[in-house]
Design a protein around this ligand. Structure first.
Ligand code: ATP
Ligand code: MG
Length: 754
């Protein structure tokens, strides 16, 4: 299905089509004065993404023209960020500082043309002479200097004969321009400071407005993409290149909206303050929005790329909800992370009628039948459960263990509390319990009804680990400073317990601790002697409900110029209205939708309407919501509701075919694509194209045998115990059938044949 193209993709595509450029060439041009953050990720995805999408090039360029704040450690962090996000940054890193000699030549040329002059007024006079938005400015008398005098002064500025601030080089443009930026902008200033790369060779440094356009030109950049606050600088960009009469092809500047996110500060100055004040442990503190921070916390590059894709590229600034980013990582790990058991605040339980010990088999991916892998859970008389999973005087609706209510130990038995043991102060220190031998998970014949299953670990075999519970760094939506910090953004638990496989087998670096959330082996502090886990994200958004009364949006964010038509259009999310919030909750409660799906529907009336219309034909809310918020939403990005070729009844027909097993969900995507372009009925499409799911073993078995015959190496490894390869075989068989084989059947048959 073709994805709606953002305006930058459209521009690039047109420029290639019209022959303006043979190849697209972008650049990502950070200043190495801090670690890159999620806003930079957006820019990286845009610039490197365009190059990748159109077979072009993208340069990583250090915009290092301010010697006072720059440092090689930031260069390294920027290089690593691009790589970690999965882009090819090439062999070479580019530096504006490499162009200092060339830029100097260009400046001399402008002076010779009478288009630049050395000004020597003090800062205050310069400001006065500049005028205001309503009043034109005036040139200083120094603008009358001769070319010779300007050349002489400029050369001496370069050699270090003057103090900082004594002179500047300015472009001679127009002191009465309505664009204030065009009132003779400064091109060079004196800085008697050594540069981290070129040492003390230079005493003058070029300004952004001069260096940027020319660096782009020198590198052969075609599309110079920057954030909206540079819109007024575009005139200078063009003036410099045009005035110098540089031969084509030349670059053009295009602006997009920078990313701003709730509960987050993104300015490098503010991040530096957090690092230097020790509020956080360093640039890679897992609470920071830096790429290094996300990486250390356990975010996957994929989740960040998905986020960047979802928020899209727009021309109007707006605030993205940080929950959107959290959705992305949760969604990614939900598919990938093995489920294991951990107990953060242990309460001992002695099962008095259990003797000896046993190993219980438990799958790592109980949520995904196609994924193999399991571990052994040691079980014996003494276990630990989570303290909060027992209540002596339970409130109404408490489903876990109480003196009167039995509970299931996940993957194990049902237990019942027989005695509560307390210390002299009345604190519960231990529980005595009995278990039901015939209630074992998977072979339960006890007939006992329980309302929930809780996690546990075996007292003898469990491993002690440190768990770092990270939460949002700020407690308000639009944080301004230190006073808005969340005092509970980090909680360290030293005595948490995990089942042994977590640290012995290490099935993955990222794990789901059942019922808590996703955790990551801290890449810096983890060792076998002292395992440390970082909380990546909880299983659900714990902030959705407890949102405090709103502060106004961050001051720095100008109001969007134009409201986007639907949230899907720009992908940017604002605060929900009361009505949206109540729909959001209803979708989750009434229809069992997950938060992300409910979020999309609650905010979009068109989709919500389609959803409810479709439900009239087929009562499968979760499946219907999925197709509406994914496939239909994508269509609606490009078309209006009237233009859609399909009806709610057709969507229902398609979903029903998946639910009945007639077609696989993968094939459903294909059918949807045709449905939305031709408007034919899904049943007709499936019939015509022979897409019916294959469940017949007589058809599948020969394909399986073929796959087995073609991959003797993997078969050998699988048979030697590498059970993870099972997924490989499933994938091969599905591929061989064009995705038409029924995965459940493939699973079963493969198990038999291997
Ligand atoms: P900050 O204000 O955080 O210091 P900056 O714009 O000064 O950021 P640079 O290192 O100069 O940071 O920016 C490098 C590139 O990243 C620029 O092209 C800039 O437009 C882009 N960029 C920076 N912040 C964001 C953001 N929040 N959203 C999107 N792009 C951004
Ligand atoms: Mg900057």
């Amino acid at each position: 299905m073709s994805k709606a193209k953002d305006f930058l993709h459209q521009i690039v595509e047109e420029d290639l089509k019209s022959g303006k450029y043979k190849e697209v060439h972008t650049r990502f041009p950070p200043e190495p004065n801090g670690f890159p953050h999620i806003g930079h990720a957006k820019s990286i995805v845009i610039n490197f993404g365009l190059a990748r999408d159109y077979n072009g090039k993208c340069n990583l360029r250090m915009d290092d023209t301010d010697p006072t704040k720059e440092d090689p450690k930031y260069v390294k962090a920027l290089q690593e960020a691009v790589e970690w996000l999965g882009f090819d940054r090439g062999e070479k890193t580019y530096y504006t500082s490499d162009y200092f000699p060339k830029l100097y030549e260009y400046a001399v040329e402008l002076i010779k043309m009478g288009k630049a002059y050395v000004d020597s007024v003090d800062e205050e006079t310069m400001r006065e002479l500049r005028g205001t938005v309503t009043e034109p400015g005036r040139r200083s008398e120094y603008a009358k200097r001769s070319v010779e005098e300007n050349l002489d002064l400029f050369e001496r500025m370069k050699k270090g004969e003057f103090a900082d601030g004594e002179h500047v080089l300015r472009a001679k443009i127009d002191m009465s321009s309505p664009n204030m930026k065009m009132r003779d902008p400064i091109l060079y200033r004196i800085r008697n400071v050594a540069h981290y790369r070129v040492g003390d060779e230079w005493h003058i440094y070029p300004m952004y407005d001069f260096a940027h356009c020319l660096s782009d030109y020198i590198e052969g950049i075609t599309h110079s993409i920057c954030t909206l606050e540079f819109e007024n600088n575009r005139d200078i960009y063009d003036w410099v290149i045009d005035t110098l009469g540089l031969p084509p092809p030349r670059p053009y500047q295009h602006e997009f909206a920078r990313l701003a996110m709730t509960y987050t500060v993104m300015s490098k100055r503010k991040l530096l303050e957090l690092v230097e004040s020790g509020v956080v442990s360093g640039w890679d503190d897992p609470r920071l929005p830096t790429i290094a921070g996300y990486k250390r916390r356990g975010y996957t590059p994929e989740s960040i790329l998905t986020f960047c894709e979802q928020i899209g590229v727009a021309k109007a600034n707006s605030m993205v909800d940080v929950a959107q980013l959290e959705f992305c990582i949760r969604d990614d790990l939900n598919k990938k992370a093995p489920r294991v058991m951990a107990v953060l605040e242990p309460l001992k339980v002695t099962i008095e009628n259990y003797e000896g010990s046993e190993l219980l088999e438990a799958p790592y991916y109980p949520h995904d039948v196609a994924k193999e892998g399991s571990r052994k859970l040691p079980f014996s008389k003494e276990i630990y459960i989570e303290r909060s999973d027992f209540e002596e005087n339970p409130p109404k609706g408490y489903y876990r263990l109480t003196p009167k209510q039995p509970v299931r130990l996940k993957h194990a038995y049902i237990i019942e509390c027989t005695e509560v043991i307390k210390d002299s102060e009345g604190n519960i220190v231990e529980l005595k319990a009995k278990y039901y031998p015939n209630s074992k998970s998977g072979e339960d014949t006890s007939g006992i009804k329980v309302k929930s299953a809780i996690q546990w670990v075996d007292a003898k075999e469990a491993k002690r680990v440190e768990v770092r519970l990270y939460d949002r760094l700020y407690k308000v939506e639009a944080p301004e400073g230190m006073e808005d910090l969340n005092p509970d953004s980090l909680k360290v638990i030293k005595g948490a317990l995990v089942e042994p496989a977590v640290v012995t087998e290490k099935p993955d670096k990222r794990l789901q601790f059942e019922r808590y959330g996703y955790f990551y082996m801290d890449p810096v502090d983890y060792s076998d002697e002292h395992p440390v886990f970082n909380k990546i994200v909880g299983l659900k958004d714990s902030w959705a409900k407890k949102k405090a009364p709103q502060k106004p949006q961050a001051k720095a964010q100008p109001k969007p110029k134009k409201e986007p038509k639907t949230p899907q259009e720009s992908g940017e999310f604002a605060q929900m209205s009361q009505e949206e919030q109540s729909r959001f909750e209803e979708y989750q409660k009434e229809y069992g939708l997950n938060a992300q799906t409910a979020n999309i529907l609650a905010r979009d009336q068109q989709l919500a309407k389609l959803f409810s219309e479709t439900l009239k034909h087929l009562d499968k809310p979760v499946a219907v919501a999925n197709i509406v918020t994914n496939d239909v939403a994508r269509e609606l990005k490009e078309k209006s509701l009237e233009e859609l070729k399909f009806t709610p009844a057709a969507i229902a027909e398609l979903v029903a075919m998946v639910e009945e097993g007639t077609i696989s969900s993968k094939i459903a995507k294909e059918v949807f694509e045709e449905l939305s372009s031709s408007g034919k009925s899904p049943k007709a499409i499936v019939q015509e194209r022979g897409l019916v799911q294959i469940s017949d073993p007589a058809v599948i078995v020969p394909i399986i045998d073929d796959v087995i015959a073609k991959n003797p190496e993997n078969v050998k490894k699988y048979k030697e115990g590498n059970s993870r390869l099972f997924g490989f075989f499933v994938g091969q068989v599905l591929k061989a059938t064009g995705g038409k084989a029924n995965p459940q059947v493939v699973n079963k048959l493969l198990q038999e044949r291997l």
